[in-house]
Design a binder for this molecule. Structure first.
Ligand code: NAG
Ligand code: NAG
Ligand code: NAG
Ligand code: NAG
Ligand code: NAG
Ligand code: NAG
Ligand code: NAG
Ligand code: NAG
Ligand code: NAG
Ligand code: NAG
Length: 418
C-alpha cells in the first residue's frame, strides 16, 4: 500500500481542514482522485490487521502477481509502518468529515496498540541500526493520543538512546549501516527520516544533546549528500578516524552518481521535518496534535535544503508525471516506476507547504506550488497503480531494483507522516 492510505488520508484531511479552519490561508482548490475516498482503503487495511500472526509478523511488500503480502519478523526496519498506518486511520476517522461508512466502523486505535506490542522488546535489542527511528513511529503516534502511556514514552527514549549511541562527534553523523571495517562509517540519505525520534525524546526527557545530534547529522548530510543541482547521493562513506568523506556512491540506485528517487523523497521530507519549529503553524495536515508534543529546530537552513531537493524532484519528473525508480536510469528498456517514492514525495510536499505557510510573511505562492505538486503526484500515481485486487492499495513500487525487487506493493511510506 505504498504511502497509499496515509497520504490519501493526509490530503483528504488537508482539504477538509483547509476548507473548515477559521483562519485558513487562501490556498487554491485542488481536485483529489476519487480513490482518496474509496472504501477499499479501510477494507484492505482491516483485512491485513485481522491477520495478526503469533508470533507477530509484519507486512513489507507484496509479490508481483497477486499482490499478497510478504511477511517479516518484528526486527526488520519496516515493521513500524503498518501499526503506524492503523494510528493514521484512527486519526483520519476522527478528523476527516468527508469520510463516511466503513472507515468509522473500526477501532483503529485498539488495532494500532495491538500491532505495536510485538515491537516493544526491540527497544532494548534490535539489529536495525539507525532505523530505530522508523521503529519508533507507532510509539510517537501513541503519545499523540495518550501523552502518559509509559510504555510508549520508554520506547521513544530507548530508541533515541540507541540512535544517539551511533553518533560520532568526529564524523558529525549517526552511523546508518554497520560495516565489516568499523572505520568505514556509512551514512545513507534515508537516515534523515530517523532523526525525528531524537527530537521527540529530547522533548520528553529534556536532554538537549539528542537535539544537537540530530542537527549535526542534518547539517553534515546537507553538505555531503546533496549535490549542487539539488540531487542526492544515496551513500556517503566517512572515515570514522579522520571524519573525512572517503566515497560517495549508491546502493539501491542506478549509478554511483545518480539520484535514487526514494532517497530524494526521504531527503525532502526529512529536511522539511527538521526545519520546523512547532505549532503556531497553520494546519495543512493535522499537525497541531504533534506540535504540542514535539518541537524541532526552527532552522531555515533545513527548509532551504528541502526546497532545493524538491525543485530537483519536480524538474526531473518526466512528462507523464510518473516517478521513475531512479531519475538517471536509462529510458530503454522502460524504467520501472517507484510509487513509494511518489507517495513519500507527495507527503513531503504537503509538509513543505505547511512550512511555507508558517513563514513570516506567509508564503502562499510556495504553499500552493507544493500542494499542487502533491496532488498531481497522487493523481498520476493512482492512475498508474491503484490496484483493487491487491492487498496493498498500489502496485508499481520498487523496493530495490539492483536486487531485482520491483513491481510490488510496498508498506513503507504509508505512515511516515503521521
Ligand atoms: C500503551 O502503548 C503501547 C505501545 O504503544 C500499547 O501497546 C498499549 O496498548 C498502550 N497501553 C494503553 C493502556 O493504552
Ligand atoms: C543525554 O543523551 C546522551 C546521548 O544518549 C547521553 O550520552 C547523555 O548521558 C544524556 N544526558 C543525560 C543527562 O541523561
Ligand atoms: C581511515 O583512516 C585511518 C587512519 O588514516 C586508516 O588507518 C583507515 O584504514 C581508514 N579507513 C578507511 C575505511 O579508509
Ligand atoms: C560504484 O563504484 C564502485 C567502485 O568503483 C563499483 O564497484 C560499483 O560497481 C559502482 N556502482 C554502480 C552501480 O555503478
Ligand atoms: C555519472 O557519471 C557518468 C560517467 O562519468 C556520466 O556519464 C554521467 O553523466 C554522470 N551522471 C550524472 C547524473 O552526473
Ligand atoms: C523561528 O525563527 C524565526 C526567524 O528566525 C523567528 O522570527 C521566530 O520567532 C522563531 N519562532 C519560534 C517559535 O521560535
Ligand atoms: C506498472 O505495473 C504493471 C504491472 O503490474 C507493469 O505492466 C507496468 O509496466 C508498470 N509500469 C511502470 C511504469 O512501472
Ligand atoms: C516561497 O516558496 C517558494 C517555493 O519553496 C520559494 O522558492 C520562494 O523563495 C519562497 N518565497 C519566500 C519569500 O520565501
Ligand atoms: C525488474 O526486476 C526484474 C527481476 O525481478 C529484472 O529482471 C528487471 O531487470 C528489473 N527491471 C528493470 C527495468 O530494471
Ligand atoms: C516529522 O515526522 C514525524 C514522523 O513522521 C512526525 O511524527 C512529525 O509530526 C513530523 N513533524 C513535523 C513538524 O512535521
Amino acid at each position: 500500500m505504498t504511502v497509499s492510505h496515509a497520504v490519501l488520508a493526509t490530503v483528504l484531511c488537508a482539504v477538509t481542514l483547509v476548507s473548515s479552519a477559521p483562519n485558513a490561508h487562501p490556498l487554491s482548490p485542488v481536485t483529489l482522485p476519487v480513490e482518496a475516498f474509496s472504501p477499499l482503503i479501510a477494507q484492505k487495511v482491516l483485512a491485513t490487521a485481522n491477520t495478526l500472526l503469533s508470533p507477530a509478523q509484519y507486512p513489507q511488500y507484496t509479490d508481483r502477481i497477486e499482490g499478497t503480502w510478504q511477511w517479516f519478523s518484528p526486527d526488520t526496519w519496516t515493521t513500524g509502518f503498518f501499526p503506524s498506518t492503523l494510528y493514521a486511520l484512527n486519526a483520519r476517522s476522527t478528523l476527516c468529515s468527508k469520510d463516511s461508512g466503513n472507515l468509522k466502523e473500526t477501532d483503529w486505535l485498539e488495532l494500532g496498540r495491538t500491532w505495536s506490542a510485538a515491537e516493544v522488546p526491540l527497544e532494548t535489542h534490535t539489529g536495525v541500526g539507525h532505523d530505530v527511528g522508523f521503529l519508533s513511529y507507532p510509539f510517537m503516534d501513541e503519545l499523540v493520543v495518550n501523552t502518559h502511556n509509559a510504555t510508549a514514552v520508554t520506547a521513544v527514549n530507548n530508541f533515541a538512546k540507541e540512535l544517539a549511541a551511533r553518533f560520532s562527534p568526529i564524523v558529525g553523523c549517526t552511523r546508518s549501516w554497520d560495516s565489516a571495517d568499523p572505520t568505514d562509517f556509512q551514512v545513507i540519505i534515508d537516515n534523515m527520516m530517523n532523526l525525528q525520534v531524537l527530537f521527540a525524546s529530547a522533548d520528553l526527557n529534556g536532554n538537549d544533546t539528542l537535539r544537537q545530534i540530530a542537527i549535526s547529522h542534518a547539517r553534515k548530510t546537507a553538505i555531503n549528500h546533496i549535490r549542487p543541482d539539488g540531487g542526492s547521493f544515496h551513500v556517503v562513506d566517512y572515515n570514522s578516524t579522520t571524519g573525512k568523506v572517503i566515497d560517495r556512491r549508491t546502493s539501491q540506485g542506478y549509478a554511483n552518481n545518480s539520484t535514487w528517487s526514494r532517497g530524494q523523497a526521504w531527503g525532502i521530507y526529512g529536511f522539511a521535518n527538521s526545519s520546523s519549529f512547532s505549532c503556531q503553524v497553520f494546519t495543512i495536515i493535522h499537525m497541531p496534535r504533534y506540535c504540542a508534543v514535539y518541537k524541532q529546530t526552527n532552522l531555515s537552513e533545513f527548509l532551504q535544503v528541502s526546497r532545493h531537493m524538491a525543485a530537483y524532484f519536480l524538474d526531473h519528473l518526466p512528462k507523464d508525471g510518473i516517478v521513475p525508480w531512479d531519475f538517471n536510469a536509462p529510458l530503454s528498456p522502460p524504467r520501472p516506476a517507484d510509487t513509494s517514492a511518489a507517495t513519500i514525495a507527495s507527503m513531503a510536499f504537503l509538509l513543505l507547504a505547511q512550512q511555507e505557510l508558517a513563514q513570516q510573511p506567509t508564503n502562499t505562492t510556495g504553499a500552493n506550488l507544493y500542494v499542487d505538486a502533491a496532488v498531481r503526484l497522487l493523481q498520476t500515481t493512482t492512475a498508474l497503480a491503484w490496484k483493487p485486487s491487491w492487498r496493498s492499495l498500489l502496485s508499481n513500487g520498487t523496493v530495490n531494483n539492483p536486487a531485482q525487487n520491483n513491481l510490488t506493493g510496498i508498506v513503507y511510506g504509508t505512515s511516515v507522516f503521521f
